[in-house]
Design a protein around this ligand. Sequence first.
Ligand SMILES: [Zn+2]
Length: 145
Amino acid sequence: MVSDDDVVTDVATSQRMSRQARRDTACEIALRRELHRRGLRFRVDAALPGMPRRRADLTFAGAKVVVFVDGCFWHCCPIHGTAPAANSAWWREKLERNVARDAETNAHMIELGWTVLRFWEHEDPIEAADVVEIIVRGTPDDASA
Ligand SMILES: [Zn+2]
C-alpha cells in the first residue's frame, strides 16, 4: 500500500510531473501554429459536449473533429511511456486510469458523431497537421462525390 505521503516525498519528481501535465507541449503549440498558418480555425482547450469536465486540445466544431496531443508520459506512449520506479504501483494505477479515461472519451465522442484524432507529443507536428487538414477539410474526392 502506498500512501500519498510517500509519493510527495519525491518533491522534485512531483513538481516536474505537475508542470508537465499543465504545460502545453511543444508539439501541440507547433501543431496549432501550423494549422493556423494553413487557414484552419479551431477552439483551444474547449470542454467536450456532454463531458464538461474534459477538454479537447483542439476542437473543429463545424467538421465535428476533436484533436488531442497526448503527452508520452501521462498517456503511456508505447515508445516513451515509462512508469517511475519509485511508488510504481501508485503510478501504474494513475497512468492506467488516464489511458482508460482516454478510451472512454474517444468512445463518447464517436458516439456523438465526432472524429477523434490523437497524436503523441513526440510526433512530427507538420505530419500531424497534414492528417488534421485532410480530415477537417475532407479530401477532394469527398467533395466531388
Ligand atoms: Zn512518445
